[in-house]
Design a protein around this ligand. Structure first.
Ligand code: 5GP
Length: 199
């Protein structure tokens, strides 16, 4: 682990507020790098290739996969999303902290490959609140909300496989919890190995 940056992934069921939490954490740790994923979904709004994502065709994605360039990947709403291996490893080896916004299965796969990665699971305060949030978005049909809720009930069972669990009851408290996790993880001896010899 010596000299290596912190690799932290944040995952949770759809509608849990993960994106908002991650944006706030990023504002507080501007030096923390993004892991820019490759996706087969189309860009939304102002999204630019190489900034939010690398936008690729299904064939291009499959080629990267077969070349071993994708460290972990998952399918989400009919599109592939994957973490490019080389940039992540290089950033970490160069001592940069990297935050990954990936699915639950993605975090579990990352942890298998890099046991030193820190995984965080965001839980809703209750399923009733999750349902309210999903309905509140107003973008999804009742059927889709019910589908997402059923999936969330299944997904929360994976929380036990994560290093940390944060309940998103209140945005600021959830952000503070992730900041605390990052600060404590960065103070681990293994991440500062040999520091005492440099005094
Ligand atoms: P969106 O299309 O809303 O940007 O992302 C959809 C989902 O894909 C989010 O839950 C996001 O965390 C996840 N995701 C984005 N990039 C990756 C990736 O590289 N690997 C995995 N496993 N999930 C990803």
């Amino acid at each position: 682990m010596t000299g290596k940056g912190l690799m932290i992934s944040v995952s949770g069921p759809s509608g849990v507020g993960k994106g908002t939490i991650i944006n706030e954490v990023r504002k507080l740790f501007p030096e923390c790098k993004h892991s820019i994923s490759v996706t087969t979904r189309a860009p939304r709004g102002e999204e630019q290739d190489g900034v939010e994502y690398y936008f690729r065709t299904k064939e291009e994605f499959e080629k990267l996969l077969s070349e071993g360039e994708i460290l972990e990947y998952d399918k989400y709403v009919d599109n592939y999303y994957g973490t490019p291996a080389t940039p992540l490893i290089e950033k970490s080896n160069n001592g940069f902290d990297v935050l990954l916004d990936i699915t639950i299965a993605g975090s579990l796969a990352l942890k298998k490959k890099f046991p030193q990665a820190v995984t965080v699971f965001i839980l809703p305060p209750s399923f009733a609140q999750l349902e309210e949030r999903l309905k509140g978005r107003g973008t999804e049909s009742e059927e889709l909300v019910a589908k997402r809720l059923a999936k969330a009930r299944e997904e929360v069972l994976s929380a036990e496989k994560f290093d940390y669990v944060v309940v998103n009851d209140d945005l600021q408290t959830a952000v503070d919890s992730i900041v605390s996790i990052m600060k404590a993880e960065k103070l681990k001896y293994d991440r500062q190995s040999g520091i005492e010899k440099t005094l």
